[in-house]
Design a protein around this ligand. Structure first.
Ligand SMILES: Cc1ncc(COP(=O)(O)O)c(C=O)c1O
Length: 416
């Protein structure tokens, strides 16, 4: 049987999946941007998981919430079918309260939230909910490849907007929108990571955010703000989220517990105006997220533990960033340029001219160093001169040692 002859057009034409295949055993993993295991609140989660089961018994393991008659022990059927699409009401209420306080906005509400299997599902649902084949979608010129892939799978006309050290360049956004108009394409959605942009780590200043929203209003765009790294700030003043600045109701914000707590929770969400969230609910058919995890995280938030957890985690990342920055300056400083990020998980390193980057990468990989090449994030011609180094997950001694190995490989592959 030829399996491919059975594939749908979507499966055949979809962009190829990317699973990195290192040429040697990985000793220093700086590839994935993942939360550090030492920050996982394992004891709290163990205690809460048990407590939720003791308290809610079988109700914690249903698709949706059922009530409970304490006197008879019977299940009480509630009007809770909406949880099949929006997810557990209690967690939505808690997220709205917690996130609203963090972002200084009262625009969040339980019915303006849909819970998803990580925030990638939220992004996938938004692309299905708002983008028709042939419509125009804009992303930053280096960005999260999964978001681009979902848009391509919808048949979007995907174009890129320039970025600089402060994130999206609004004048470039306007130029792209005018190009769409000239080409007879309806621009529909902008996907943007304004805070600790992936992969650059840039933070979009407030005046650009305001201008971006004016442009979105003028062109009637959906703005999809990816907020996944926004709470991982360990230096500098927070900048208001697009969601909190938006008065038109056109911003949707994806977010998750994946980076601030642990990816295996697989709990993310999209926040926005309830009638915008309804569009995501309309294209969802997977019967929702785990009641047990939702009840556990609802208790975690209700008990006010999250902010302290994030603060502890950020102290770990600040230290790792400092170690990584110091080691890069010491071992690679002659050959790379980079900005020191105020948050997030990554250093975005640009190789200076004179470095044969391909052979440097190959030698580093043979030495066990695994980083993500810049071209995974961008189609622009100079993508190959960049390297994304994730410092979040590796133990501190591996950060120091691995960056030294990387520096030696770059030095061997350079002309000066
Ligand atoms: C920019 C960005 N958005 C979203 C995600 C998705 O995270 P998750 O689905 O685990 O919440 C990631 C993960 O790497 C990311 O880098």
């Amino acid at each position: 049987m030829d399996a491919r002859s059975l594939y749908s057009r979507l499966a055949l034409d979809g962009p190829p999946l990317f699973f990195p295949d290192p040429p040697a055993r990985v000793t220093f993993n700086f590839d994935q941007g993942i939360a550090a295991q030492e920050t996982f609140p394992i004891e709290e989660l163990k205690e809460l998981a048990g407590r939720v089961l003791d308290r809610d018994r079988g109700r914690a393991l249903e698709y949706i919430s059922f009530g409970h008659d304490d006197a008879t022990g019977d299940i009480v059927y509630l009007a809770s079918y909406i949880e099949l699409v929006l997810g557990h009401a209690g967690l939505r209420e808690e997220i709205a309260r917690w996130l609203g306080a963090r972002q200084g906005t009262d625009r969040l509400s339980a019915d303006g939230l849909i819970l998803t299997n990580g925030s990638v599902q939220a992004i996938a649902l938004a692309s299905a909910a708002f983008v028709d084949p042939g419509e125009g979608v804009l992303i930053e010129s280096a960005s999260f490849p999964y978001a681009a892939r979902f848009m391509q799978m919808r048949g979007a006309d995907l174009r890129t907007v320039e970025i600089d050290g402060q994130g999206l360049v609004v004048e470039s956004l306007v130029r792209r929108l005018e190009e769409f108009r000239r080409d007879g394409v309806r621009p529909k959605l902008l996907y943007v990571i304004p805070t600790f942009q992936l992969p650059t780590g840039a933070v979009l200043p407030e005046d650009r955010r305001r201008r971006l929203l004016e442009v979105a209003e003028e062109w009637d765009l959906v703005v999809l703000e990816d907020g996944i790294y926004s709470d991982l700030r360990y230096e500098g003043e927070p900048v208001p989220s697009l969601l909190s600045l938006d008065t038109g109701g056109r911003v949707l914000q994806s977010h998750a517990f994946s980076k601030i707590m642990a990816p295996a929770l697989r709990l993310g969400w999209m926040a926005g105006r309830p009638d915008m969230i309804e569009a995501l609910a309309a294209v969802r058919q997977d019967l929702g997220v785990s009641q047990w995890m939702c009840r556990l995280m609802a208790a975690y938030l209700a008990e006010g533990r999250m902010d302290a957890h994030i603060e502890r985690a950020n102290a770990v990342y600040r230290r790792k960033r400092d170690i990584a920055v110091e080691a890069v300056r010491e071992h690679c400083g002659r050959w790379v340029d980079f900005d020191v990020p105020q948050g997030g998980f990554y250093l975005w390193l640009r190789m200076r001219d004179g470095v044969d980057w391909e052979s440097a990468q190959h030698e580093a990989a043979l030495g066990g160093v695994f980083c993500r090449p810049g071209e995974r994030f961008t189609e622009s011609a100079d993508g190959g001169r960049y390297l994304r180094l994730a410092f979040s997950h590796a133990p501190e001694h591996e950060l120091r040692r691995g960056i030294e190995v990387l520096g030696a490989a770059i030095s061997h592959a350079s002309r000066g």
